[in-house]
Write a protein that binds this ligand. Structure first.
Ligand SMILES: [Zn+2]
Length: 199
């Protein structure tokens, strides 16, 4: 988790104290990043353990991430998910600020690695409103990545690596699509090609 935070910062997917991670440790136990610390400086021993209702387990001095509710809603609704990454990737978040989902018919890698990426309407960060907004989208098990309007992105995985790779791939795809639009008009894949990739 500490390495993932450093990489997210090194790649510009978060800035300063932005972003947070969670990893399921067992049926009722979750490890999350602490609140308020600079992510690129986090040490492994600074992660915070909570149960699925958010109650701190253990006696560390750190408080859990301010987006704890967002992580726990996902982990409670999706037993298939073992890890959640929340970041503010600039190009993907640009789509979310413009009120647009990431087009899912342009790049094979995006279809294969990430899947469809819907845009979740704005919910106030750090409040239950954000969790309320995302629940209808995560109930669809095809969704492993979400854009959060005027905020950022969330990716889910069966491992932390998978959720992390999805965040990187989502941002990479968003950059390519923005570059394609700067050059001209993006040419979509055929419906047959999209169907084959989804299969
Ligand atoms: Zn955020």
């Amino acid at each position: 988790m500490a390495l993932c935070c450093r990489q997210l910062a090194a790649q510009g997917l978060i800035a300063g104290r932005d972003g947070n991670l969670s990893v399921r440790l067992g049926p009722e136990r979750v490890l999350v990043t602490p609140s308020g610390l600079i992510k690129s400086l986090l040490e492994p021993g600074e992660m915070v353990e909570v149960d699925l209702s958010g109650k701190p387990q253990g006696r560390g001095p750190r408080k859990p991430t301010s987006e704890l509710d967002l992580h726990l809603r996902i982990l409670r609704h999706r037993p298939d998910v073992q890890a959640v990454v929340h970041a503010h990737p600039p190009a993907a978040t640009g789509f979310a600020v413009a009120g647009e989902a990431i087009p899912d018919n342009l790049l094979p890698e995006l279809i294969l690695v990430v899947g469809p990426v819907p845009l979740v309407p704005f919910g106030m960060p750090g409040t239950p409103e954000l969790g309320d907004r995302i629940v209808p989208y995560i109930e669809d098990r095809r969704h492993h990545a979400l854009l959060l309007a005027n905020h950022g992105a969330v990716t889910l995985g069966r491992t932390l690596d998978e959720a992390w790779i999805r965040m990187e791939s989502l941002e990479h795809a968003a950059r390519i699509i923005a570059a394609a639009r700067a050059v001209g008009e993006p040419k979509p894949l055929t419906a047959a090609a999209v169907a084959k990739l989804q299969k």
